[in-house]
Design a protein around this ligand. Structure first.
Ligand code: SF4
Length: 465
């Protein structure tokens, strides 16, 4: 059993790190949310697009076996070699066997959450394969030995000063030069030789089209195209939920993806791959890794509609202040809360409680996943399986009793309003009460009159008019 992730403690560390990181993180992600709202408002049929995208995904997932076989048949016809991986281990072994049989010792890869989910890089490194990330944000995280902190902006937790310091340490740049352009240029010069010597390039896929056997990769840096075009072997890891039936479906998702993610009309590169280019090999690994099981879970199968845009993360008031690394999971933020427990319920049993349940995530999701409802349902599962801390269970049960009985509620309200102002500070701001901490959250001063008293009094006065 792995240790339960203490997301509250991790978040507190992120918040208290200094006076900059949390504020910058919050500001940058909120900017992405504002840009998303503005660009969505320019498309009158935005809500219809969301509904259509949701329906296409639901239809595909309901007929997944059919579309997967169609994809395999058509991709094979185009000259690709299709592999099937039931889990992360099998995925990694397939990749390694392709590389090993062709004597490849160095690869380049573009961002793929699936490969991250499978723990592919550490696996290949343990076999002596050199792995280089080609996406700038991913490369930054790789050099700092951290997982991606966001599914679209992996290094969003870092300031340019952090990156300048990291590059100075790892690739010998000037630590005082924190100009983003010169940092990007330095990394380009450092990484290009690795691109040229790589024996294989790996990508993920944003969408896979059943009727053509092709797949689509969206990036803003064109790095996936280098990985797919320079080395003689291209290996694409594709989660089985990435299927779309037809090319004509693609337009709906391309219109939604980048607008939801970053508030831009489209990604800089939307590259279609159909069969291997001349003189090269194309391998496609269709990977399950728990997706079929999730498809059978009536409360949670909608999470398979996710197109990994990150909009739910950008809008989440808890994620914006906690930082993605606090979740200690491949996926963080609201989508991480609903996906992570499917991989290890006990380890991620605190995550469903790391949400205000404000519902903003469900509102922005381009494929209309009922994220907030699923977070609530995961709380029920965590409770039913006995993973909720004993103290929380007792308190929630007590609160449930009070909320279910109006007379009890009234007594609690009355007693609370009289007793709380008399409780000394050392008891309120003690370790026993994680909700109040003078550094983060102070108790509000209670009003002398409860809302109920005010309402009853004023309603009575109204009725005399
Ligand atoms: S759950 Fe929705 S909003 Fe969040 S990453 Fe997935 S598609 Fe985007």
């Amino acid at each position: 059993m792995e240790k339960i992730v203490n997301v509250t403690k991790n978040s507190a560390e992120f918040i208290h790190k200094d006076n900059i990181h949390e504020k910058e993180h919050d500001k940058n992600l909120w900017n992405a949310r504002i840009k998303r709202d503005k660009i969505a408002a320019t498309i009158p049929e935005w809500e219809e697009l969301r509904e259509l995208a949701s329906q296409i995904k639901e239809h595909t997932l309901s007929n997944l076996d059919h579309y997967l076989e169609m994809f395999e048949k058509n991709a094979t016809k185009q000259g690709a070699i299709v592999h099937w991986a039931s889990d992360a281990q099998e995925h990694n072994e397939i990749v390694y066997s392709i590389l090993d049989s062709r004597k490849v010792t160095a690869i380049i890869k573009s961002k793929s959450m699936l490969q991250e989910e499978c723990g592919m890089t550490p696996f290949l490194e343990s076999k002596g394969i050199e792995v280089t990330e080609t996406d700038l944000g991913e490369r930054i995280q790789q050099l700092s030995g951290e997982r991606p902190a966001h599914i679209v902006m992996p290094a969003i937790e870092k300031t340019t000063e952090d990156v300048a310091k990291l590059f100075a340490e790892k690739i010998g740049t000037d630590p005082n030069d924190d100009d983003p352009h010169s940092l990007a240029e330095a990394m380009r010069n450092n990484a290009r030789p690795k691109f040229l010597k790589a024996g294989a390039g790996m990508t993920g896929a944003n969408f896979a089209i059943a009727e053509t056997g092709s797949f689509v990769v969206c990036t803003n840096e064109g790095n996936a195209d280098i990985g797919a075009s320079v080395p003689p072997i291209h290996i694409a890891s594709i989660g089985i939920e990435k299927l779309l039936p037809k090319v004509e479906d693609l337009g709906v998702f391309i219109r939604l993806l980048s607008r939801s993610a970053l508030g831009t009309p489209a990604t800089q590169y939307t590259s279609h791959f159909t069969g291997p280019r001349q003189g090269s090999e194309l391998h496609i690994i269709l990977t399950d890794n728990g997706r079929s099981k999730r498809l059978g879970e009536k409360d949670f199968w909608h999470s398979l509609k996710c197109i990994r845009c990150g909009a739910c993360m950008n809008t989440c008031p808890v994620y914006r202040r906690s930082g993605g690394l606090s979740y200690e999971s491949t996926y963080s933020g609201p989508i991480g809360i609903i996906l992570s427990p499917t991989f290890d319920l006990e380890k991620y049993s605190e995550l469903p409680f790391h949400s205000s349940l404000c519902g903003s995530c469900s509102e922005v999701c381009p494929v209309k996943i009922d994220i907030a409802d699923q977070i609530y349902k995961w709380r029920e599962v965590v409770y039913a399986k006995g993973y909720m801390p004993k103290m929380h269970s007792v308190l929630f049960r007590a609160a449930g009793e009070v909320f279910q009985h109006p007379s009890l509620f009234r007594i609690a309200e009355h007693v609370g309003s009289k007793v709380l102002p008399l409780v000394p500070d050392f008891l309120i701001y003690s370790k026993l009460n994680p909700w109040t901490n003078k550094d983060d959250r102070e108790m509000l001063t209670l009003s002398k009159e409860t809302f109920r008293d005010w309402y009853l009094k004023n309603r009575k006065e109204d009725s005399h008019e």
